[in-house]
Design a protein around this ligand. Structure first.
Ligand code: SF4
Length: 78
């Protein structure tokens, strides 16, 4: 599952996205509410909040290795 805004994309592996416990944890750790728990208990990415991402990587640290990725869609200034 991948959602992109203008500056930030967030990707969650399908197996991890289906994990209700992980969904609840991600909802709790992200300071700008990019993750929510869907009605099915899976991870939902709140698209309209994506560009609020502060690149704290709490989501990446909370999830099992490699299952959540935060992708910068813009070039770093030189
Ligand atoms: S890096 Fe931080 S602000 Fe961005 S999605 Fe992950 S927890 Fe939220």
């Amino acid at each position: 599952m991948r959602k992109d805004a203008i500056f930030i994309g967030v990707e969650v592996d399908d197996a991890a996205a289906a994990d209700a416990e992980l969904a609840a944890k991600l909802e709790e750790v992200c300071p700008v509410d990019i993750f929510a728990v869907s009605a099915k208990g899976s991870v939902e990415i709140v698209e309209e909040n994506l560009d609020e991402c502060i690149l704290c990587y709490q989501c990446v640290e909370t999830a099992p290795d490699g299952t959540v990725r935060v992708i910068k869609l813009y070039e770093q200034p030189a």
